[in-house]
Write a protein that binds this ligand. Structure first.
Ligand SMILES: *Cc1c(COP(=O)(O)O)cnc(C)c1O
Length: 458
C-alpha cells in the first residue's frame, strides 16, 4: 500500500524560540527542582511534554477573533458566538461558560447530586471525581477491565462495562444515580476511546432507568476520530457528523476548552434540560460570573468558539492523532515498553518494564522522567506511585500502572521534535541498567506529585 507522509496541516507564521541547554545546566536544574519535573522552570525546558492542557497553539483566525472581544459585562457578542458553536458542532441546547473544565464540573455536581448519591464513570479524572465527592456522591468505576491492563489490546479501551453499570443500578437503586459520567476519551487510561455502539447502549440502559448521561467531553474530537478509524460504518462520515451523533446520546457535558477546543483557557457546561440549565445559571453567578461570560473575557469566548469549528477539521485531527502515534510507534519499534494501544493525546512509558530493577517505592517513573530531562531537556510527568498518593493509614497506594506520560500539545511541535524525543528515550533505554532509584525528601500532605522533592539513591 502506498503510504505518503502526512505533514503538518499548517504553516508557521509566528515562532517562539526554544532553548537547548547543556547537560551540566540540566543536571543543576533538575537538582534544584528536587527531581520533580513539575518544579522545573519552563525556560529550562527544550521540548515540553508535561501536558496538553492549555498548551495548544491558536490559529491566525483565533488570534484575529481575540481582537474582536466584546468586553461587555452582560450579553457579549462573543458569548452568542460560543453558544452557536456549541449548538452547531456539539448539538447541545444550552451553554454556560466557565473559566475551565473544573468550573463546569463544580456546577454540574452541585445541581445534579444529592448527598449519598452514586456517580458511575468510565474510570475517574482527578478534578471530576473530587467535585462529585465534594457534592456528597460516591464514585463507582464502571470501565471495562481491559482499561486497567497496560498491554491489553482493545480498540475501545474506554468503553463502559454495561454489566458493571447494571450491577450498580441493582445494588443502590436508580433513584440514587443522578447521572453516569462518560469521558471521551479516557485520560487516565491513556487517552483511550469509547465506541459509538457503547455510547448507544449506555444511553439506552441509563435512560430506561431515568438516569442522565453526562459527558466529560474534554477530548471528544479525538474520540470521534478513533470511531471513524475503527468502528464499522463510520469510515465515510465526517468528524462533525460523528461528534454530533456521539452527543445525541447524552443530556449534557462538561468541557475543558484547554484541550480539544484549542484554547489556552476556558471551558463550559452544556445542557439540554431547561430546568437544569436554570439552576446552573443561578450557581454560575456565585462561582464564575454572569451566565454570559462565566469567568472568561469576551476575547477568550471568541477564541474558543473559533477553536470548536477548527477542531473538527479532518486534516487537523488526522495529523494530531498521527503525530502522537508516530512517536508511540517509533518507541515501540525500538523495544521501549509503552502502553498499548497508543491513545489520543499522549504516549505512556511503562516504567515498571523500563526500570525493572527499581522497586516501586524507589519511584521508577519519577526517576525516569527526571533522567529523560537530563538526557535531552524533554519534560514529561510521572503517573505512578507518587501521583497515586497515600491511603488513610499513611501507606503508599501501589498502583498497577507505573507510567511516565509524554503529552503532545496541539499544533505546537513538528515531526522532527517527535524524532528528538524518540531518540532521547531510546538512548536512555539503552543505558537503563545504570539508572538508580530516588528517595523522597519532602512530601506535601495532598496532591504530592506537584511539589514533592527527591534525591537520588547512592
Ligand atoms: C483537564 C481535564 C479536566 C479538567 O479540566 P480543567 O480545564 O483542567 O479544569 C476534566 N476531565 C478530563 C478528562 C481532563 O483531562
Amino acid at each position: 500500500m502506498e503510504k505518503r507522509t502526512i505533514a503538518e496541516p499548517y504553516k508557521i507564521k509566528v515562532v517562539e524560540p526554544i532553548k537547548m541547554t547543556s547537560r551540566t545546566q540540566r543536571e543543576a536544574a533538575i537538582q534544584a527542582a528536587g527531581y520533580n519535573t513539575f518544579l522545573l522552570n519552563s525556560k529550562d525546558v527544550y521540548i515540553d511534554l508535561l501536558t496538553d492542557s492549555g498548551t495548544s497553539a491558536m490559529s491566525d483566525n483565533q488570534w484575529a477573533g481575540m481582537m474582536l472581544g466584546d468586553e461587555a459585562y452582560a450579553g457579549s457578542v462573543n458569548f452568542y458566538n460560543l453558544e452557536e458553536a456549541v449548538r452547531e458542532v456539539y448539538g447541545f441546547k444550552y451553554v454556560v461558560p466557565t473559566h475551565q473544565g473544573r468550573g463546569a464540573e463544580n456546577i454540574l455536581s452541585r445541581i445534579a447530586i444529592k448527598p449519598g448519591d452514586w456517580v458511575p464513570g468510565n474510570m475517574y479524572f482527578t478534578t471530576t471525581r473530587a467535585h462529585q465527592e465534594l457534592a456528597g456522591a460516591n464514585f463507582a468505576d464502571v470501565i471495562i477491565d481491559e482499561a486497567h491492563d497496560s498491554q491489553a489490546d482493545h480498540p475501545f479501551k474506554g468503553n463502559v462495562d454495561l454489566a458493571k453499570f447494571q450491577a450498580l443500578i441493582d445494588r443502590v437503586g436508580a433513584d440514587k444515580i443522578p447521572y453516569i459520567c462518560v469521558a471521551v476519551t479516557v485520560n487516565l487510561a491513556g487517552g483511550q476511546p469509547v465506541s459509538m455502539k457503547n455510547l448507544q447502549e449506555v444511553a439506552e440502559l441509563a435512560h430506561q432507568h431515568k438516569i442522565k448521561v453526562m459527558f466529560d467531553a474534554t477530548r471528544c474530537v479525538e474520540n470521534a476520530y478513533f470511531i471513524r478509524e475503527r468502528e464499522e460504518g463510520y469510515q465515510e462520515k465526517s468528524i462533525g457528523a460523528i461528534l454530533k451523533e456521539m452527543f445525541s446520546y447524552g443530556d449534557g457535558a462538561t468541557m475543558s476548552g484547554k484541550k480539544d477546543c484549542l484554547v489556552n483557557i476556558g471551558g463550559f457546561l452544556a445542557l439540554n434540560d431547561e430546568a437544569l440549565y436554570q439552576k446552573a445559571t443561578q450557581l454560575v453567578v456565585l462561582f464564575e460570573g454572569m451566565p454570559s461570560y462565566g469567568g472568561l473575557a469576551g476575547r477568550d469566548m471568541e477564541a474558543m468558539a473559533r477553536g470548536i469549528y477548527e477542531s473538527v477539521d479532518f486534516h487537523y485531527i488526522q495529523h494530531r492523532i498521527g503525530q502522537v502515534r508516530y512517536l508511540g510507534e517509533k518507541l515501540a519499534n525500538a523495544g521501549v515498553p509503552v502502553v498499548n494501544p497508543i491513545g489520543g493525546h499522549a504516549v505512556f512509558l511503562d516504567a515498571r518494564q523500563f526500570l525493572p530493577h527499581i522497586p516501586q517505592d524507589q519511584f521508577p517513573a519519577q526517576m525516569l522522567a527526571a533522567q529523560l530531562y537530563i538526557e535531552s531537556g524533554v519534560r514529561s510527568m510521572e503517573r505512578g506511585i507518587i501521583s497515586a498518593g497515600r491511603d488513610k493509614n499513611g501507606n503508599h497506594y501501589y498502583p498497577k500502572l507505573e507510567l511516565v506520560r509524554l503529552t503532545i500539545p496541539r499544533r505546537v511541535y513538528t515531526y522532527a521534535h517527535m524524532d528528538v524525543v524518540a531518540e532521547s528515550v531510546i538512548d536512555l533505554f539503552e543505558r537503563r541498567h545504570s539508572i538508580k532509584g530516588l528517595e523522597m525528601i519532602y512530601e506535601p500532605p495532598v496532591l504530592r506529585f506537584f511539589t514533592a522533592r527527591f534525591k537520588p539513591l547512592a
